[in-house]
Design a protein around this ligand. Structure first.
Ligand code: ADP
Ligand code: MG
Length: 629
């Protein structure tokens, strides 16, 4: 026993040292993130593993490091060609032999890849589930396999939101290849999906690793009751703060993606729309332009995203309310994968709530979808730390407020809103409870809107009774009253507002109402992009032809350096046909700005620079940095 323990100990230690070396040598990182080392050790011990980590948590390393340590080739099942391409490019850029076998390659290419596999020359092979099944009796049987990784493993579950029937047959891997570890990875953590993945993949007594789902670098912000103009202003403001950074605007409808993209283009921003109504060529082009920093903002429906592993997305805006917290969290998760600060903003309006309720009511799974929407609504309406609500939703308890959401930064102030509530409730009653939110707001404001005229509401006593309150504030107050249970929306009756018992108490029985002050942000004038931005150091134009702002915390001189490095990165990327973030992430650029290495040796010690990148890019980067030191 004694002996064995010593052996295990030193074996483990040796593994630990090798792992560390590989991490630095190939990926340039000096330490593992929480759970990564444990997961790698478990795979090295030959066990099946299920990994649940948020988007951007660092799942890839969990199978890439053991792939480099074990004999043979790791077979990685991935649902999308764009994801495979991204991963393979990232690996190749780090000097790791990897390839993807898929229908986008020509025959000659696939032939080359297959024979490289048979000769054991690849450390990782990415493959789609269909292709894997097809190759099973031939290639997969004949090559030496180190491990199987099933990425985006929630695709195997009916409960997951991206169910892909082709994944369902992967269950045979376990029986066909006894002794080869299978690692399944996903960012979808709910219990049903998790259990389903284990069952469908026939994992044998897998070790399950669940990391924290917190993404502290993402700021959370909800704007309630904003109309088109307000939303535009907020978006332009955010983009003005990020003149060289890309972002995504999620919209509910195809039409909205197009109108928002048009609006942004009208302000000189390079924007494109993306939705299921476009041809697949158009969609691929937009995605490619985004990945290569040729388009700054993509306005998209939920169709956009799963294929995006771009690490430097700096903002995600929800122009409309998402239908569930799962979708919302996955979408904002596409921001700030590199761990640098990123902004997220959610616009929440009653109109969206009404629309989504309608979809949910008409869907096959009415109860579930309504419940999911309610949870989303609770998040948007909450006046406690928003991150707490999110983490709580994913089953994680926290005892601290995050300090990085709008509620923490700007706690709601309350006032006695009884009179306002009475005016609104009285207007609702006087319409015979036959008016929508919009119409009630019009009545209070004294607007002769078509609905007001049609219902002869201008004759009501409450018509214009709230003229002194801006329309946007009325929409906000009405939303709060709904949340306080003073009225309900009859979704099945033209979305008319109906008084509740609580509302009657306010109107007739002297109950008082506390409302939150509507937040007014300092509306900074939106600066159009500065034409006379700091001169780039080289002739290459900045990616979006814009200004000089960069990640926070840099001095003006540091920012100039950051921009110079960004330009160099784009040149190097274009020369190789890689996306810029594959050459180096924003985080690594920032590390370089902090460390300012002036020798190739020192360059190699910066976090995120492995051996391969040191040799390949060291000279060029050091040359630029020297000019700044
Ligand atoms: P996921 O697949 O979980 O969404 P990725 O594997 O794409 O996440 O990793 C997200 C980012 O985190 C990548 O830019 C990756 O280089 C970085 N990363 C992963 N592990 C580490 C680590 N140990 N140290 C520093 N950065 C890391
Ligand atoms: Mg991933």
């Amino acid at each position: 026993m004694q002996k064995k323990r010593i052996f295990v100990g030193s074996y483990g230690q040796m593994n630990g040292i090798i792992m560390q070396n590989i991490l630095k040598r190939y990926f340039g990182f000096t330490s593992f993130r929480p759970l990564q080392a444990e997961i790698i050790n478990t795979i090295l011990a030959g066990k099946d593993v299920l990994v649940l980590m948020p988007t951007g948590g660092g799942k890839s390393l969990c199978y890439q490091v053991p792939a480099l340590m074990r004999e043979g080739t790791a077979v990685v099942v991935s649902p999308l060609i764009s994801l495979m391409k991204d991963q393979v490019e990232g690996l190749v850029a780090n000097g790791i032999p990897a390839a993807a076998l898929n229908s986008m390659n020509n025959e000659a290419e696939n032939l080359r890849i297959r024979s490289a596999c048979l000769r054991g020359e690849l450390k990782l092979l990415y493959i789609s589930p269909e292709r894997l099944l097809l190759e099973l009796p031939y290639l997969i049987r004949d090559m030496k396999i180190s491990l199987f990784a099933v990425d985006e493993a929630h695709c195997i579950s009916q409960w997951g939101h991206d169910f892909r029937p082709e994944y369902a047959q992967l269950g045979m891997l376990r029986e066909t290849f006894p002794g080869i570890p299978i690692v399944a990875l996903t960012a979808t953590a709910d219990r049903l999906t998790r259990e389903d993945i284990q069952r469908q993949l026939h994992l044998s007594a897998p070790e399950v690793f669940v990391s924290s789902f917190d993404r502290p670098n993402l700021s959370l912000d909800v704007r309630r009751g904003y109309q088109k103009k307000d939303k535009e202003r907020v978006m332009l403001d955010i983009i003005a703060r990020h003149p060289n950074d890309c972002g995504i605007v999620y919209c509910m409808s195809k039409k909205t993606t197009e109108s928002v993209a048009d609006m942004l283009r009208g302000h000189g921003i390079v924007a494109a729309s993306y939705h299921a109504g476009l041809s697949s060529e158009e969609r691929d082009k937009t995605q490619d332009d985004f990945i290569h920093d040729r388009v700054q903002v993509v306005c998209a429906t939920v169709a956009f995203g799963m294929g995006i592993d771009k690490s430097d997305v700096r903002f995600v805006i929800h122009y409309n309310l998402p239908k569930s917290i799962e979708s919302f969290y996955q979408e904002i998760g596409r921001a700030g994968r590199d761990g640098l600060p990123a902004e997220t903003v959610l616009f929440y309006s009653l109109a969206d709530l009404v629309q989504l309720s309608k979809f949910a009511q008409e869907s096959g799974q009415r109860e579930i979808n309504m419940e999911k929407l309610r949870r989303m609504q609770e998040y948007a309406e909450s006046d406690v730390c928003r991150r707490r609500i999110l983490l709580n939703y994913f089953g994680e308890q926290t005892d601290r407020d995050c300090g990085n959401c709008d509620v923490c930064r700007n706690p709601p102030q309350r006032f006695d809103g009884t009179v306002l509530a009475q005016k609104a409730l009285s207007a609702i009653v006087r319409t015979g409870q036959q008016a929508s939110v919009r119409t009630v707001a019009d009545i209070l404001r004294g607007n002769f809107s078509p609905e007001v005229v049609k219902g002869h509401y201008e004759a009501l006593k409450t018509f214009g009774a709230g003229r002194d309150v801006p329309a946007r504030d009325w929409l906000d107050y009405l939303m709060q009253m709904l949340q306080n249970g003073l009225f309900e929306i009859a979704y099945d009756e033209g979305n008319h507002l109906k008084l509740t018992d609580g509302g009657r108490d306010v109107l007739y029985n002297g109950r008082t109402v506390q409302l939150a002050v509507v937040r007014k942000e300092e509306s900074r004038p939106v600066s159009r992009r500065r034409k006379t931005a700091a001169r780039p150091v080289t002739e290459t134009p900045l990616p979006f032809g814009g200004g000089v702002e960069t990640p926070s915390g840099l001095s003006p001189r540091g920012r100039e350096l950051f921009e110079a490095l960004r330009v160099l990165r784009k040149q190097l990327a274009d020369a190789q046909g890689f996306p810029p973030y594959i050459v180096m992430s924003d985080r690594v650029l920032q590390n370089l700005c902090d460390a300012r290495p002036t020798t190739v040796e020192a360059f190699g010690t910066v976090s995120g620079i492995g051996e391969f990148k040191k040799e390949k890019y060291g000279k060029d980067f050091v040359e630029v940095i020297r000019r700044f030191v």
